[in-house]
Every structure is written in C-alpha cells, then in structure tokens.
Write a protein that binds this ligand. Sequence first.
Ligand SMILES: [Zn+2]
Length: 284
Amino acid sequence: MIKFGPSGADTRFYELGNKATLEMPKYLVDMNLDCFEYSFGRGVNMQSETALLIAEAFKETGIEISVHAPYYINFANPDLDKIHATYNYLLSSLSALKDLGGRRCVVHPGSPLKEERSMAAALMLDNVRSLVPILHENGYADMLICIETMGKINQMGTLSEIIDICNIDKMFIPCVDFGHINARGQGILKGKDDYKRIIDTMLNSLDEWKVKNMHVHFSKIEYGKSGELRHLTFDDIIYGPSFEPLAEVIIDYNLTPYIICESAGTQSLDALDMKNIFSKMLNI
Ligand SMILES: [Zn+2]
C-alpha cells in the first residue's frame, strides 16, 4: 500500500503541545497519515530503551517508521579508516532502526571529495560491495537500505549512480528524491513525461519490486547553478516540482511507494496534501 508521511516533527506538531517522538504516532493517526521518518542526520544518539518504547507506540497505531542515516556517510571516501567509520554509522543506524521496529534506512551515497567523478563512482561501488557481507553478518539482510538521489551537482547520487548501487544486492533500493532531481537538473521535472522517464529508467535496470516499492522524498526545493539551495514548502510556485504529475504516474504504473515529505516546517501538512491529491485522483 502507498504511504505518506513527514520527515521529523514539524511546526504544527509543537504548536499542538507535543514534545516527544512518543507522541508522534497519535499525531499522525489524527492527521490520517501513514508513516514517519526519524532523522539521525546529525548522528545516532538514541538509547535502545527509548527506541523500544517508540517502537511500541508506532506498532499500536500501525504507523510505519523509517530512519535517515547520518549525513556524513561517504562511500566514495578513499581513506580506509573513514570507510570503516562510514560502515559503523550505517550499522548503528540499522541497529536503532531494528529497535524502532522499522525496515527502511535512507542513506546518502557521499561526495567525490577531490577525486575525479568516475573514479569516485567506482570506489563507491567497491566500498558498497565490501559492505554487503558485513550487513549479512550483523543480521541486517532483511533491511531495505534506501540510497538517495542527491540535489547538489558536487555530491554523488545521480539516478544512474543510485541504480548501480541498487544492483549490488537485494537490500539496496532507490530513494528517489524528486526535489533533488529537479534541483540538480535546474527544473527538469515539469510534466508527467518527465516523471515517467525516471520510472522507466529504473524499470529498465532494476528489479520491478524495487521500483514498485521505492522510497520517495518529495519537497519543493530552491536551486541555483550548483543545484539544491534550500527546502521550501508547498506554497512555492517558482521552483517546484509539483506532485500532481507524479501522482498520475504512480496510478498509471500501479506503484506503491513510501513517500516522505521534507518541506521546511510544514512537512506533515504537505504530506497530507499529497495524500489528498492522490486519493482524489483515485476517487477514494
Ligand atoms: Zn536525505
């Protein structure tokens, strides 16, 4: 089933007097949303006890939880010590995710640093290949590690780089951030055909299941020459992209993605906006 939800607690959550993640499931049920992404962007700092309590609260309401791994993960780092640190950031994210009762962990592929891009891409794939047995040994073979398309030109994470990583093992599925793709391409996502092209590219090179159940980040994002500048809200009418054409493609292709909104401060309201657009098109 298709799911919609916010990344992190938004302004409205706090305005209503909520304070802790334990209160998030009820907040989302009241809003008729389906899922939630907890960010470990700045580090994994949750006690196992706390995570288990949060897991229980989410389980009671049927709201699914996912996590975002630390932003400083970089599979393209040429320094072996740094690669081991990267593996450990991911392993601790997965350990917390398991406690939280979730299955999806979003990861940024990294940055080429001073390396030439094709060299960095090859290094990135090698490092992800070496990671696979480590993930198996640690009992994470059933997890879904969602590799994100990135918004800045100097970051790793074009659609084709993401597809290459996803083809390494069944654990890796795409996290298609349409705002990032639009920002990186200076506004390339306009109509239905632009979204279709992305889905078709993935269907041509990935397991169908991974495309049908892809992770999605959707927000409007301001961009400049080097790509992403900042996340906006759905009030933006300049930068886009807009969700309606994607909703049409999701229906046409019968996809069931997990859609997370990363708007700046209005993420649960904008997630609901997407859910309503989608339901209206389906007439439900
Ligand atoms: Zn991200």
